[in-house]
Design a protein around this ligand. Structure first.
Ligand SMILES: Cc1cc2nc3c(=O)[nH]c(=O)nc-3n(C[C@H](O)[C@H](O)[C@H](O)COP(=O)(O)O)c2cc1C
Length: 204
């Protein structure tokens, strides 16, 4: 860890989403590769945890938005257990952010708007991939892609009903800043019943 980074002190913003936004902006400004990549953990109906990377697409006033296939394993997990945890790690800043919360689907119109902003190839990809199902070979996917390209030639591609966005509404944040001698700074924010956030320092 470089000394320039390890000497940084942390004075947490009372609003954790604002704190997150400022760290996210710093990571983006620094040119970190895919700062919006987050590890998303979900739990299946039988209690088995799983995790995978998805991309953060928007920080709204109420939480974090990401997009996926609603029929995928993560979609099925969120259907039966609408809670998730996501982690960001920005190595050049020696920072980790951990966010837990409840998850809800975005409205159809919000998902439509985002879908329409995507490149055409990604739109067709969303139609032709039964995400995480077994496929016999790559040709199956490529043939389907070509069929759909022909089908939608010169037409707007509608959003597949099985594809859309989720909002993770945080109930817990933890900001971790690497420091010298393993005396890292950790700040936790816990959402209180009155809607305020309680901030605590955690031991590293
Ligand atoms: C850098 C990166 C970004 C990704 N972004 C997304 C994403 O935004 N949405 C998504 O559904 N999958 C995304 N994936 C693929 C997922 O990690 C995962 O393979 C897929 O969603 C299936 O997950 P599941 O079987 O747990 O549902 C991304 C993978 C990587 C490596």
């Amino acid at each position: 860890m470089s000394s320039a980074l390890t000497t940084k002190t942390l004075s947490p913003n009372p609003n954790p989403l604002k704190q997150f936004e400022s760290w996210f902006k710093e990571a983006t400004k620094l040119g970190i590769s895919i700062p919006e990549a987050m590890t998303l953990a979900t739990v299946s109906s039988d209690g088995t945890p799983d995790a995978r990377i998805v991309l953060l697409k928007k920080i709204s006033k109420t939480g974090l938005e990401f997009f996926t296939n609603y029929k995928s394993p993560k979609g099925q997990h969120l259907n039966s257990n609408p809670k998730a945890c996501c982690i960001f790690f920005w190595e050049p800043l020696a920072r980790q952010v951990r966010i837990r919360g409840v998850v809800q689907k975005l409205s159809d119109s919000e998902s439509d708007t985002y879908f329409q902003s995507r490149p055409r190839g990604s739109q067709i990809g969303a139609w032709c991939s039964p995400q995480s199902e077994k496929v016999p070979d790559r040709d199956v996917l490529e043939t389907r892609f070509k069929e759909l390209e022909r089908q939608y030639e010169n037409q707007e591609i509608p959003r597949p009903p099985h594809w859309g966005g989720y909002l993770l509404k945080p109930t817990y944040f933890e900001f971790w800043q690497g420091q010298d001698n393993r005396l890292h700074d950790r700040f936790a924010y816990e959402l209180q019943p009155d809607g305020n956030w309680e901030i605590s320092r955690l031991a590293p």
